[in-house]
Design a protein around this ligand. Structure first.
Ligand code: 5GP
Ligand code: ZN
Length: 118
């Protein structure tokens, strides 16, 4: 039994606020949003991160869904940021590949903030 939280969301075993979905990906609101709009896009299949030989069609579906999500959320024209945290130094917490789409407010120019003690 796969207990990965995002696999469980993909299987609709755990509730989520679905924004967009197709045969390869599902997008849902982040449970702890860090911006007025904060959506996560995940592949339906489990890949821990970008190093897991993710098929090209899945990578394309993830990034292709980002602008679609922005349109659905009404932030496509204003702009938004796409983030993929990868591994320990990347700050990845949930070990199922996911794309953050954040927007709805102006981002600070710098996109990197180092952890305390780094
Ligand atoms: P990471 O730091 O791994 O790139 O981001 C994981 C994200 O997943 C965080 O922004 C966190 O708030 C979100 N998250 C973790 N668990 C859940 C959940 O059960 N449901 C939803 N919708 N988001 C989650
Ligand atoms: Zn998973």
């Amino acid at each position: 039994m796969n207990e990965c939280i995002f696999c469980r969301i993909a299987r609709a075993e755990v509730p989520s606020s679905v924004v967009y979905e197709n045969d390869k990906v599902i997008a849902f609101d982040d449970v702890a949003p860090q911006a007025p709009v904060h959506v996560l896009i995940i592949p339906r299949e489990h890949y821990e991160h970008l190093g897991w030989d993710v098929p090209d069609d899945v990578l394309a579906a993830l990034l292709g869904a980002a602008h679609r999500v922005a349109e659905i959320k009404g932030i496509a024209d204003a702009g938004y940021r796409v983030i993929i945290n990868t591994g320990v130094d990347g700050g990845q917490v949930v070990k199922h590949l996911h794309v953050h789409v954040v927007g709805g407010a102006r981002m600070a120019h710098g996109m990197v903030r180092l952890a305390e003690g780094s």
